[in-house]
Ligand binder design. Structure first.
Ligand code: SF4
Length: 481
């Protein structure tokens, strides 16, 4: 009989996963256990996911970042999908959601789980639509069958759109952008076609039993999240959130871990209140937000519009940020978009951790600032969130090796380099610059691993690769540090 992390924590047991998480977060194992026992944090760790290096999601821990990958009808193959997983982990994804809707879904999912050191999440509803042929033709039995299969395959967390109810649908009528969640639009279509209540809500206790049997974590989908600033924090969103609070408590009664998904598009003045309301309604269950975008005017740059909201949400208590790429609203992201999206979100997560005063979070900033003021370019590159990009930009104008010791760069030039001018003046005054030295020791920092360079929580030098099992080997696509 499987014991979930939540059940073990409630019994007072510190599991191997909790001990590992405590080590990675630089926290006391007993504190980790208490947070899991109280539902304030989750360790998504399906018992069948053998390659997993356990991690924790909770507002008391370093803010985490999720990256979405997956194929579509027009792309892709097993090798490409594994490359996407590698790229996501390389650039610092703490979890990866496989949102594939194309072919070979089982094979791709099993390969991801086999090779992924980070938790894998899915949205089983997508596979149900693919098998049924249309949202209206989904059956409750099909939903249960797919969810159980994915649980047996080792999926660590699943987005379940059980919170959108038939009585919520009229509340969306006056919206500017209707229902923008894929899962939400599918469930709304089904309920309207059948004139019945959401089947995922109807069989929720059965879902809890399946999740408990494999220790799958719920990620309760926000089907009615706003798709525009105009729809943010409306009655429909809040009505669904109330149901998500109820579903959170029902899952906990089954010893099943829960996190709750959130918006979406939210103006800056409502980001903190959105987080606070979820924390109150859902009794502190970890909040996993998509962005939110704080303005709707910048298609092509929504990794920026959303990273602003994500940083604010992280500071306010959101536990995990789902990245958004520059292609949001426009097309399927490619590898460069994944990189840009993840870097934007690692910045947001880190800025949130600094802003909320997480232990040691600012040590990385201090170490880089010291290297910058000392004109230690190589150390600056090494500490940079994206070392390749930092080095590449410096090389564009000053590629020669001697410029890596120069007391200026091409931005202000040798004559107007303010740091050099400042240092020379101080030196002339009292010889202060002779005493210039780094004082920040990252080795001794109390920060979580995710808050220290190199970016992310995993060394992808040992990146996932296809075994010699007749499948094609993945080729290198990104330069490891
Ligand atoms: S030249 Fe300007 S940007 Fe470059 S190091 Fe000096 S102060 Fe900084």
């Amino acid at each position: 009989m499987v014991q979930t992390q939540l059940e073990a924590a409630r019994e007072g047991t510190i599991t191997e996963a909790m001990a590992r998480v405590a080590d990675r977060e630089n926290r006391d194992p007993e504190f980790v256990r208490e947070q899991v026992a109280d539902g304030q944090a989750v360790i998504p760790a399906n018992t069948h996911h053998e390659a997993l290096d356990p991690m924790i999601i909770g507002r008391e821990f370093a803010t985490k970042v999720n990256a979405n990958i997956g194929n579509s009808e027009t792309t892709s193959n097993l090798e490409e999908e594994l490359e996407k997983l590698h790229t996501a982990v390389h650039y610092g994804a703490d979890t990866v959601m496989d949102l594939g809707t194309g072919s070979d879904l089982d094979d791709i999912r099993e390969t991801h789980i086999e090779h992924s050191p980070v938790p894998i999440g899915t949205v089983p509803l997508y596979e149900a639509v693919k098998q049924a042929g249309s949202p209206e033709d989904i059956t409750t039995d099909l939903l249960l069958e797919i969810i159980e299969k994915q649980a047996e395959q080792g999926v660590d967390y699943m987005t379940i759109h059980a919170g959108i109810l038939a009585e919520h649908l009229p509340l969306t009528d006056g919206r500017k952008t209707g229902i923008v969640s894929r899962g939400g639009s599918i469930m709304a279509t089904w309920m309207e076609a059948h004139g019945e209540q959401n089947p995922l809500f109807q069989v929720y206790d059965e879902l809890c039993r399946i999740f408990a049997a494999h220790d799958v974590t719920f990620s309760l989908g926000d089907s009615l999240r706003p798709g525009s600033l105009a729809d943010a924090c409306d009655e429909a969103q809040h009505a669904e959130l109330d149901t998500l609070g109820e579903l959170t408590r029902r899952a906990w009664a089954h010893d099943v871990q829960v996190m709750v998904e959130g918006p979406g598009h939210v103006p800056m003045d409502k980001v903190a209140e959105t987080v606070e309301r979820q924390q109150e309604v859902c009794d502190g269950a970890p909040f996993y937000v998509l962005g939110p975008l704080v303005t709707d005017i910048a298609p092509g740059y929504d990794h920026i519009t959303s990273a602003i909201g994500a940083a604010m949400a992280a500071q306010a208590g959101a536990a995990m940020l789902c990245y958004v790429t520059p292609k949001e609203h426009l097309g399927l992201p490619d590898e460069d978009d994944v990189r840009d999206g993840l870097v934007a979100y690692r910045i947001a997560a880190h800025a949130g951790d600094v802003g909320s005063g997480r232990p040691g979070a600012r040590d990385w900033d201090d170490a880089l600032s010291e290297a910058r003021y000392a004109f230690d370019w190589r150390e600056q590159f090494r500490l940079a969130l994206d070392p390749d990009r930092a080095r590449e930009y410096h090389d564009q104008t000053l590629p020669e090796d001697n410029y890596k010791d120069a007391r200026f760069c091409s931005m202000c030039g040798v004559e107007f380099c303010s740091m050099r001018i400042d240092q020379d003046a101080r030196d002339r005054a009292d010889g202060e610059m002779d005493r210039l030295e780094s004082t920040t020791n990252l080795e001794a920092s109390p920060a979580a691993a995710v808050n220290l360079p190199p970016v992310g929580t995993h060394d992808t030098g040992d990146r996932p690769s296809l075994e010699d099992d007749g499948r094609e080997q993945v080729t290198e696509t990104t330069g490891d540090d």
